[in-house]
Design a protein around this ligand. Sequence first.
Ligand code: HEC
Length: 240
Amino acid sequence: MCAALPVRAETVEEAAGRHVFDHCKACHSADPGKQGFGPNLHGVVGRPAASLPTFMYSEALKASGLIWTEDNLRAWIAGNDKLVPGTRMRHVAITDRAEQDYLIAYLKTFGDSMGPEQARVLLDRAVGKVKSDGPDKAFAAFNDPKGGFVARDLYVFVFDMKGKYMASGGNPKLTGTDASKLQDAEGKAIVSEMINIANSTGKGEVDYMWLNRVDNQVEKKRSMIQRVGDYIVGVGYYFH
Ligand code: HEC
């Protein structure tokens, strides 16, 4: 027995999901340290697809632009090659809605895994979106919770070179507001620092204290930013 760990009883759904996971565990582990024939599934619910740096994903999955939302996970386990033609994962065909529910409930017990790699994947996708679709369409997608650019507590924000919000997946209502004088919880002028970076090296990182809307705590956040034309595109992750 390990008395120091907080113990939470497994729900009936989670227990049922553990059995459904028997279809997966030959290839997938939920133990963050372990890699299998398939990618590690620790914290997979809400994770950007193909975002583990240590796994060799298929080109098809890398190009999918998917976030593993519950809907996408359902579609994936029902018919992964329909959702992502060209994927290397074998067909598992779990089409029963209840079995899908149980499996997702179980996958959720694996916890969170949002860190620098996932933020980097999201930033690269966002920069690619601005370049391919143009700013207006891209900013609308960043602000849309279902636009494919919100992954749990990761989201995309954009400023113009004067510090005006062009988009913020964390709070779309900020769009159009002036953030040039914005300070973090400790008085650091974060947007002017981002503008300085954008004007000098064009990309970099800024650390600050920020409200995490997912757990409503002020936490240390690191944002990676990149200049694209006359815009600053960024994605930050929290240190929990
Ligand atoms: C025979 C091996 C195998 C089985 C069984 C299997 N998978 Fe996979 N899975 C893979 C491989 C390989 C990939 C990587 C696919 C690619 O790169 O196209 C993958 C990818 C995934 C991903 C994407 C993860 C990411 O980081 O983007 C999810 C989610 C997933 N599998 C869930 C499941 C679930 C849930 C089951 C059980 C219902 C399952 N898999 C069964 C081999 C398997």
